[in-house]
Design a binder for this molecule. Structure first.
Ligand code: AQP
Length: 348
C-alpha cells in the first residue's frame, strides 16, 4: 500500500483465475466490416479457443457522448446484440451484456476521473476528430476515455482486443491503472491490447478509417446487392487510372480485406494480377465479394434465426454475471479510496 493511502485495507485484491479478456462496441450506427475484421472476429476466436475468461459488451453509455435519438439507441442496442451473437459471440460461451445494465461502469469512471489528468484527455485524437467543427461538444465526449478505462479495469481485464484506433485510449487505461495503484495500493492489472491481422480497415472514400459516424462503411449485414454496390465503387490505388497501370496491393484497402477473408492462394493471385495489371480493380473486388459472401452467408442465416426475446434474456443473464465481478471490484475500490459510510446495509 502506498503511504498516501488514507485507510489501511485488510482485503487482498481479487485476482481472476484465468486471464480475463474484455472488449466493447458502441451501438452508434450499423456494425460494419471494419468493426468485424478489426475486433469482433478476434472476439469469436477467443471464445472458441476458450483459454481465457471473456466478457463482451454493447457500450451504450459511450454512444450518448454525441447527439442521438433515444428510440434509435434502444433499437440499436437490440440490433448490435443480435449481430454480435450472429457473428459467434455466443452468450452460452461468453459473458455478453449491455454496459448500462451494470451501473458500476459509470461509478468507477467517476472515481477514476480523480486520478486522470485533464492534459491526458486533451491529447486524445478521437476527441479532437469527433469534436472538431461541432456546435455542441459534450463533456462526456471529453471524458469518454475515462469510462473506457473503467469498462476494462472493472473486470481486471488483462487483454483487450481492439482495432488500431483504440490503442491511444488503451494506453490511457494502462496509465490510469498505474496511477490508481500508486495512489491507493495494488488493485488493477495493466491491460494490453490484442490486435487482429486487420487492425485498420480504411473507409470506402479512402480518406480515413472506416467509421460508423463517417458514412464511409459497408454494414456487415447489408443486403448482398448494396454490399456489392458499395464495394464496387470503393477507393483503390489512385495510381491505377487504366487497366494497364500496375497496382500496389500493399497500399490498397481491397488487398487489406483480401488478407482477412480470402485464402492464401487467392491473396497471391491478387498480388500477381494487380502488380502485373492482369486484373482491373473491379475483377479484384468481385473475388473479394465472393469470399466475403462465403464467410457471411452462414452468419446471415444465424441472424435470421435469432429471436429478440431470447437475445434480451441472454443479455440479462450476461449482466448478472458481469455484475458479480463488478461489485467485488467496486467493494475493493471504495475501501481503498476511503469512500462510503461503512453502514452495515451498504457493505457487501
Ligand atoms: N475501421 C476499423 N478498422 C479496424 N477496427 C475498427 N474498429 C472500429 N473501426 C475500425 C474497432 O471496432 C471495435 C468497436 O468500435 P466502436 O464501435 O466501439 O468504436 P469506434 O472505434 O469509434 O468505431 P467507429 O465505427 O469509428 O464508430 P464511431 O464512428 O461511432 O466512433 C473497436 O475495437 C475498434 O477499434
Amino acid at each position: 500500500m502506498s503511504p498516501q493511502s488514507p485507510f489501511a485495507s485488510t482485503s487482498t485484491p481479487t485476482v481472476a483465475a484465468r486471464p480475463r479478456v474484455f472488449s466493447g462496441i458502441q451501438p452508434s450506427g450499423e456494425l460494419h466490416i471494419g468493426n468485424y475484421l478489426g475486433a469482433v472476429r478476434t472476439w469469436r476466436q477467443q471464445i472458441e479457443e476458450n483459454k481465457e475468461d471473456t466478457l463482451f459488451c454493447v457500450v451504450d453509455a459511450h454512444a450518448i457522448t454525441v447527439p442521438y435519438e433515444a428510440a434509435e439507441l434502444r433499437r440499436r442496442i437490440d440490433g448490435f446484440a443480435i449481430d454480435l451473437i450472429a457473428c459467434g459471440v455466443d452468450p452460452d460461451k461468453t459473458t455478453l451484456f449491455v454496459q448500462s445494465d451494470v451501473r458500476e461502469h459509470t461509478e468507477l469512471a467517476w472515481y477514476l476521473s480523480s486520478v486522470t489528468p485533464m492534459g491526458d484527455l486533451h491529447r486524445m485524437t478521437q476527441f479532437k476528430e469527433k469534436g472538431e467543427g461541432k456546435d455542441f461538444v459534450s463533456s462526456a465526449l471529453f471524458t469518454y476515455p475515462v469510462l473506457m478505462s473503467a469498462d476494462i479495469l472493472l473486470y481486471k481485464a488483462t487483454v483487450v482486443p481492439v482495432g488500431e484506433d483504440q490503442i491511444q485510449h488503451l494506453e490511457l487505461a494502462r496509465e490510469t491503472s498505474r496511477r490508481f495503484n500508486h495512489r491507493f495500493g495494488e488493485v488493477f492489472p495493466e491491460p494490453k491490447p490484442r490486435l487482429s491481422t486487420t487492425p485498420r480497415v480504411m473507409g470506402l472514400d479512402g480518406d480515413s478509417k472506416m467509421s460508423k459516424s463517417k458514412g464511409n462503411t459497408i454494414s456487415l449485414f447489408e443486403p448482398e446487392e448494396s454490399f456489392w454496390g458499395k464495394l464496387r465503387t470503393a477507393y483503390t490505388d489512385p495510381q491505377r487510372l487504366q487497366l494497364s497501370d500496375p497496382g500496389r496491393p500493399e497500399i490498397c484497402n481491397i488487398y487489406t480485406m483480401h488478407k482477412a477473408v480470402s485464402p492464401k492462394t487467392t491473396q497471391d493471385e491478387v498480388v500477381a494480377n494487380c502488380t502485373g495489371a492482369a486484373w482491373g480493380c473491379v475483377d479484384c473486388k468481385k473475388v473479394l465479394f465472393e469470399n466475403f459472401n462465403r464467410e457471411l452467408i452462414p452468419l446471415r442465416r444465424k441472424r435470421e434465426a435469432l429471436s429478440l426475446p431470447q437475445v434480451r434474456e441472454a443479455l440479462g443473464d450476461g449482466a448478472a454475471k458481469a455484475r458479480r465481478i463488478a461489485q467485488a471490484t467496486m467493494k475493493e475500490v471504495r475501501e481503498r479510496m476511503g469512500l462510503g459510510s461503512l453502514a452495515s446495509s451498504t457493505v457487501g
